[in-house]
Design a protein around this ligand. Sequence first.
Ligand code: GLC
Length: 803
Amino acid sequence: MKYGYFDDVNREYVIDRPDTPTPWVNYLGSPEYGAIISNNAGGYSFAKSGANGRILRYVFNNFDQPGRYIYLRDDDNQDFWSASWQPVGKDLKDYISKCHHGLGYTKMVADYAGIHSEATYYVPKGKSYEVWAIEVTNTSDKERHLTLTGYAEFTNHSNYEQDQVNLQYSLFISRTAFQENRIVQQIHGNLNALEEDEQVDEKNVTERFFGLAGNPVSSFCGDKKAFLGRYNGYDKPLGVTSGDLGDTNNYNENPCGALASKVTLAPNESKTLVFLLGEKYSNEAQAIVDSYKDAKTTVQAEVDELRAEWGGRLESLQVKTPSPVFDTMINTWNAYNCYMTFIWSRAASLIYCGLRNGYGYRDTVQDIQGIIHLAPEMAVDKIRFMLSAQVDNGGGLPLVKFTHNPGHVDTPDDASYVQETGHPAYRADDALWLFPTVYKYIAETGNTAFLDEVIPYANKGEATVYDHLKAAIQFSMDNLGPHGMPAGLHADWNDCLRLGAQGESSFVALQYYYALSILKIFAKQKADTEYMTFLDSEQESMGEKIQELCWDDDRFVRGYTEAGERIGEACAPEANMWLNPQSWAVISGLADDRQAELAMDNVFNRLNTSYGAILMDPPYHKHAFDGALAVIYNQGNKENAGIFSQSQGWLILAEALRGKGERAFTYFMENAPAAQNDQADIRQLEPYCYGQFTEGPASPNHGHSHVHWLTGTASTVMVGCVEGILGLRPDLDGLKLAPAIPKDWDSFKMDKNFRGKELHITVENPNHKESGFSKLILNGQELPEAYLPEDLLLDQNEITLVL
Ligand code: GLC
């Protein structure tokens, strides 16, 4: 079943059947002011924090309500509907709708009873309020008299939990007033008599507004109960059915912003109204509302500005391949998804409420990788930030608080940190993610000077980036298990593996092995010869250990428990084959060709499904060891043999590194949302963004995907596609080209900005290979290998690579 389609020219996903299996959402705004909006206008808004700055209420586990509702009422016959299909939910035979999710805006188009409406929702560039602009057109042949009503459900408290559960308090602190053309909501309004510098219990008056521009307000309501009427839902609020909001204000219980406006339209006549919402004090709020007097022109200019801004952010890599699915993901939607994880981390979605008030270390360092090829300077700011969240013992802070103060924060070694964050100990992998991320940035930009930049540690002291990386190596060396492999500590990448100080993780060992390779490149660059010698011998001995301890005939095992048992051995009754050690054995460069082939074939045969490869098999049920937390999940879900989509990105990369383009592309397609546009009833997930996992064959819902948008899948699959399938592999001196593609691709094109130079690359595949090299021509000159040295590049470059 299909619910929509990709409009690649406008970079929109257009939902033309509004009864999607789950709410399909878009992100608006920035961390200053963020908003999530579904195809039925459900979702919430917040200032700075999803948990502590919540402005609009949204109730989780309660199918997509409330939302940013605009009701339309025909005053001649009292019929009414909404600008989005829900909440009124007219019969889809009579109500035609299209929801356009674009980059930074969402537009709901509806046709019903001879009225065409277009409601555009966005946060203007650089602003901290939101706009709901609605243009209504009379497409019938008689004059029409309409009432348009906007409804915003304010929270009673900026803290999401207080609003939802602490009702004995939160129901008695809110009130509204009406001023000119807006509802003003105050929380703790009774504090307004205090002097400016006075505070009680560190509280202030919080003020929100919901205003209208473009047409006069005919009636208003600030009280939710009065708006809905007793026992009514959002589908038939009294304020709408009666055509009059009653000019009611709120004092206690639940406030809202509801504004009605009367519009008379001759045939073919249109009118634009703009609802404005934000958290601002009166003067500023009024100025914002006043600035939309010229409603239509202002809205058009602001939406154009957003489109231009987003278009610009995607420009640095655009591809044209024989696969429309691949193109739409790489050119637009996977890239947009990467920006969203980069910006929002795991802080705000219809799954994450924002209460995890900080950045997960590994998640954030991984997220950065997804935008390095598009916006390296934006990326490096976050890299600096994450280096400043590395403790001077070399480990990463498991959770970096939003209030992070480099050089001065507490760590998992302090009771205060553990109490505040709930993270009791270091995780083995966190700081090791810095290696590929820092390398990708330096290779993309050539900025080797970054290695010498001095950055504070989280707790105390400072060091160059190079020394930060050395400290990360030291952290692993200081935390080895009994066999001499890195200990698993509180977790490795897999949050459900608690291997402790005595258990050992092969995944971390492989990451460590890989980190040593990267550090060797930097050490060479810095002519740090003594350290190079150390790295060589350390890598050799770790490599031998991994080979000896972890290779099990046709697979790498997952590690050792604290009791010394091997995890993931062929003979184990459960979880005897794991995905990540196989792909990482290839990515890290540890596996020899024979091992790589055996292990990766084993993955393909044992773990792969039509929706991607499961994380391990069989799921834990009867034989979970103490640290095998995955057993808490239903089988086939999450870490318990679910298809953990991020791991699919490493599979793509690993197969591509081996030159196996067919496999790499197969893995891409199995997991690519855009490839499953016609399977929405199974997938459930938006066809334009990644989810954290898909249920595996051990579940009755095999194929159903969850935890949309904010997932490491976005960046990891992006890297798998860009470095793997497209084969764009920058190093310190230039760009290696090593595509691994389906054999039937005749050719494809890439436009890439590399260090300020434009590369127009055509890859030709006359002999239908899946990888390989026969010729490279740069600006008419043949080069000896598939490598573009930076010093040969001009401002504009025509490049042909023949496989
Ligand atoms: C979740 C976490 C991530 C972890 C993964 C696997 O996606 O956000 O940090 O690596 O689960 O457990």
